[in-house]
Design a protein around this ligand. Structure first.
Ligand SMILES: Cc1ncc(COP(=O)(O)O)c(C=O)c1O
Length: 411
């Protein structure tokens, strides 16, 4: 029997006689593979030079990453707000551990697969920011809650709350919930004001549920270009949720958490005075998308450094001003209108060349590029980019210091 299975059974059986294996079903998921520390050819990765990694390789510059962690932690402390960073960005136990060691209350996750992987890796203080709807997800939510009882998830519908209450009762568990409020994006979330207040009262009455607070994530504010425009957008989006929060607390509901915010609004939202925690994600890794939005000091958002990169090799150079690298749609996220940005030489322009190919226009490049050169790119959008790779090669300077598994996919 594996350790995680044993741990699960110990916690699970300790809960209540009603917490039967039939309810939880099947074998609990194992954490992401423990050993990603060897290369596909069996050589140990730790200690290797980055110039010897197989490409395309997803790499993390640890010095930049640690500066990002420290900067966000210091900011939150000074602003008097807690952090529960979003782990959808990294899907990685090791990153979550470091965020918590830097002072975070826990981490947010978007999928049940992320929750399972992080809970199995010992991470606590999980907030699942998507609705866990349907028998599979509810069963898995209960299993994660058995392992990590402080896990929270979100709800925007009374019928869903009733299902969660019934499932929690049969499992002999209590589920922690936040009301998911719509900041106007119409992705998920009940409308703030009366609809939200009625739902809050329903959830608070239902047995085996504990209403902990409000979740309101304004994704459409995060990438608004220009600091002042972003501030105005976020303030307008969050105001109805904040008013609802005050009303419900005035009515005596014991709400403790108002969670939201993003890397784009981390230095905007604390000033609203009501939010208790920020669920910033991308700041740890950064990407081209965020660098374009503009910061409080100028047109480049450089509050956090580009710690995440993909190393690719020039595999074809048949023309002087054009080169082809071994990284295309399957190495880089493709959900944005733009591709990755080459760190050096500057002035090169990337375009897609297919699944495994990227094309570089070198007309304006600051130096020549040769076949066999290894080039480092800032990724277009970090969250989906990480999900394309099994492992993060963590670099200290030029050398691999660690290899961290990524709990990618849905499992
Ligand atoms: C619900 C939720 N919260 C927080 C975040 C983190 O946002 P960012 O990566 O922009 O900091 C995301 C990102 O998509 C999200 O979906």
């Amino acid at each position: 029997m594996t350790t995680s299975r044993r741990t699960f059974l110990r916690h699970g059986l300790g809960l209540a006689a009603a917490a039967t294996p039939a309810l939880f079903g099947g074998t609990p998921p194992s954490p992401a593979p423990a050993s990603t520390a060897t290369l596909p050819d069996g050589r140990p990765a730790v200690g290797l030079s980055k110039h010897d990694l197989p490409t395309p390789a997803l790499v993390l510059d640890l010095d930049v990453f640690e500066r990002n962690l420290a900067k966000m932690a210091a900011h939150a402390k000074a602003a008097g707000i807690a952090l529960r960073p979003h782990a959808k960005t990294h899907k990685c136990v090791e990153v979550a551990r470091r965020q918590i060691a830097a002072g975070a209350l826990g981490v947010c996750v978007a999928t049940i697969r992320e929750a399972e992987a992080l809970a199995a890796g010992g991470i606590r203080g999980l907030l699942i920011t998507s609705e866990m709807v349907g028998p599979d997800k509810i069963r898995r939510l209960l299993r994660v809650t058995a392992q990590a009882p402080d896990t929270m998830s979100v709800v925007d519908d009374a019928g869903h709350a009733e299902q969660l209450s019934a499932a929690a009762r049969s499992a002999g568990l209590t589920l922690n919930l936040l009301l998911d409020l719509d900041p106007g994006s119409r992705r998920t979330g009940i409308a703030p004001g009366e609809p939200a207040k009625a739902l809050a009262r329903t959830v608070a009455r239902l047995p085996h549920l504990r209403l902990r607070g409000i979740h309101c994530y304004s994704g459409s504010s995060a990438h608004v270009v220009g600091f002042e425009a972003r501030r105005v957008h976020s303030e307008k989006a969050m105001a109805p949720a904040i008013a609802t929060w005050h009303d419900l607390r005035r009515d005596g509901l014991p709400l403790e958490i108002l969670s939201g915010g993003s890397t784009g609004t981390y230095n905007i939202d604390p000033a609203f005075g009501a939010m208790t925690e920020l669920q910033v994600g991308s700041y740890v890794f950064m990407d081209v998308d965020y660098r374009r939005i503009g910061g409080s000091r100028g047109p480049l958002y450089d509050d956090f450094g580009a710690a995440l990169r993909v190393i690719a090799t020039v595999i074809s150079k048949t023309e002087r001003q054009r080169a082809t690298v071994d990284a295309g749609f399957k190495a880089f996220a493709t959900d944005r209108k733009f591709g990755p940005e080459l760190l050096e030489p500057t002035g090169a322009v990337f375009s897609w060349g297919g699944d495994e190919h990227g094309i570089l226009d070198l007309k304006e490049a600051s130096r020549e590029v040769a076949r066999g050169d290894r080039l480092e790119f800032i990724v277009p959008h970090c969250d989906p980019n990480v999900n394309l790779h099994d492992r993060l090669y963590c670099l200290r300077g030029e050398h691999v210091e660690a290899v961290w598994p990524v709990a990618r996919g849905y499992g």
